[in-house]
Write a new protein. Structure first.
Length: 125
């Protein structure tokens, strides 16, 4: 799942993870993503989450997902411009597994997903 209020960023992330073999669902903010999760029979393996979004930001989304037992197995990765150490600590403390700072390269996303065990190591070039 790709959660970002920027359509262009969703497209970029979709392209990267689709090439890695993931099926992608998109949401424009945390509220939309939570509603989408509620409607899915099977939760996604991973969610790539922007921090700064209207309605429900990425940190609020991470906290909401972590508060529900049935979503606890979803790997949460922040992909955001928020680069202050304190923000990174807050996101990880809330339940995010990884943190990627924008701008990023496709390899950076792939490497983080591999580190999380979601991409076979042979996929890395």
């Amino acid at each position: 799942m790709v959660i970002d209020d920027s359509r262009a960023m969703r497209l970029i992330l979709r392209r990267i993870v689709t090439q890695l073999g993931f099926e992608v669902h998109e949401a424009g903010n945390g509220r939309e993503a939570l509603d989408l999760l509620e409607s899915m029979s099977e939760p996604p393996q991973v969610a790539l989450i922007d921090w700064n979004m209207p309605e429900m930001n990425g940190l609020e989304f991470v906290s909401a997902v972590r508060s529900q037992e049935r979503f606890r197995q979803i790997t949460l990765m922040m992909v955001t411009t928020e680069s202050e150490h304190g923000q990174i600590v807050r996101a990880l403390a809330a339940g995010a597994h990884e943190y990627v700072i924008k701008p990023f390269t496709p390899d950076a996303i792939t490497e983080k997903l591999a580190l999380l065990g979601l991409v076979p190591s042979g996929t890395l070039s």
